[in-house]
Each structure stands twice: as C-alpha cells, then as structure tokens.
Design a protein. Sequence first.
Lengths: 117, 117
Amino acid sequence: MPLEIRPSQALRLWRQVHLDLVRDGQADLSARQTAILLTIYLELPPHTVRGLAQQLGVTKPVITRALDTMGKLGLVTRKRDEFDRRNVVIQRTVAGALAVERLADLVTERARELGGG
Amino acid sequence: MPLEIRPSQALRLWRQVHLDLVRDGQADLSARQTAILLTIYLELPPHTVRGLAQQLGVTKPVITRALDTMGKLGLVTRKRDEFDRRNVVIQRTVAGALAVERLADLVTERARELGGG
DNA sequence: CCCGATCGTTACGGGTCCGTATCATTATCG
DNA sequence: CGATAATGATACGGACCCGTAACGATCGGG
C-alpha cells in the first residue's frame, strides 16, 4: 500500500514541518540526531552504540556525543548491559516517546493540509 | 486534496529519509538551514535576510550565518538590491535547485516504499 | 592466566553555530 | 543638509560537533 505523493508536495511538506520545528524552538536536533532518535524508537531493542553507528554509517564517537546531548534533553537513557558489561544499552524515555509522538502528529497534520500542487 | 498518512507511516518516512541524508553525507544542513533553503526555492522571490528571519522566527544573524554556509556550498547566492542598496536579495543557484530536487525525489521515493503499518 | 579483540568513552585541534550587542551603509523625512 | 530609521554584517564568549586517535574496561580463546 504505497503512499502517493508528488515531489512538489513532498517539498512543501518537508518545508512546513521544518518551519514548525524551527519556530517551536524544540528542534535543536540535527539530521543525525533525528535519525538516531527515530531508530531507537521505531526499531526493536536492544540498541547499542556500535549498532547505531553501523546503521547510520558514522563513527562511534558521533553516536556517543549524540547520546550525550539527547540524554541531557531527557530523550534517551543509557544503561550498562549486565550480561556483557562492555555493552551499553540505549533505552527509551517518556519524554522521548512524547517528542516522537509530537513529531508524528506534526508530520501527519501538515500532510493533511497539503493541497494538490 | 489532503494527503492521507498515518502517524506511524509519517515516522517511518521521517526516519528513512533522515537515514538516507546522513548516509549520503550530503546532509550537513541543520533544520534551520533546511527551512531556509526550501523557503528560498519554494516561495516567490525576492527573498531578503529580514524576510527570512521573520518567516522562521529567528534573528537576522542566524540567517546571515546560514547564508554564509550555504553560499560556500554553492546552494544560494547573495546580491545587492540596486533599488535599495540596504537590501540583499538571495538568489537561487543551479546546484541549489539540484539539491532541492534530489530531496524531493528522495522523500517521494521513500514514501512510495512505505507499507501500510 | 594472559593476550588479543571488542566495547564505549575521552582527548585533541579545528570548525560551525548560537544569542546579544554593535557596526557601517543606505534610505527617508523634516 | 541633519537626524532618524532600517538593513545586513560583524564581534564576542560560549557551546556543540566533527574525524582521528588513543584510552580503560571487559570478554574470550589459547
């Protein structure tokens, strides 16, 4: 069941949502951070630094730093894996789930408002 | 003619496109820069620093810096307004138009691949 | 038990961005 | 003219991020 959308509609949707994110001020997430956040909340756990780095095609420090920032914002948490103490398991938070949900509603609403152009 | 999309589809689309942008490496645009770029290429000219700042709800230095960066990337150009030399008119470029077009195709393609979930 | 492999983190030098305040240039109007 | 307003750019101190390299902690096989 593919989603029918024309390139011009896609651009207007992309622009409007980014405008909303910038104006709400809640948007200080880079493209990388957004990709990380949504991967954590959409893909099945467990999530590790190494796994995320592989999925995004970036180095591990990039993930570590992004998790630092998002941790300060309360969007994710880290926990040692007790079965292999080298690993760190990234966990979801209530605030993170709410932020993701808000983004989903924002995109959905803006898509609904799109005209035919 | 609204676009029908469910929140879960919106999130998967958002995630997949951001993953593509990160992986392509061509994505070093922040949310603000993306909003600026798409505003320039979707809205009718002329575009000025002040006008963009108002539309985004940010200060003028934010626009100036973003234009500096995007100028280095060849995505936009600045030109003095000859009729009011205080103004600077932001102009589109071939490279910028191509980048916008690529983004449109990317979003469209990823939307097409969405399942019903 | 020890040595190599693996994990996530940190250090480093360099770059970009932020918000506020200030600046030079140009236009406008008395 | 001169004063005021408006525009975009710049300076500043602080924060974040990048890529590379190195690090300490932990596991696992010989």
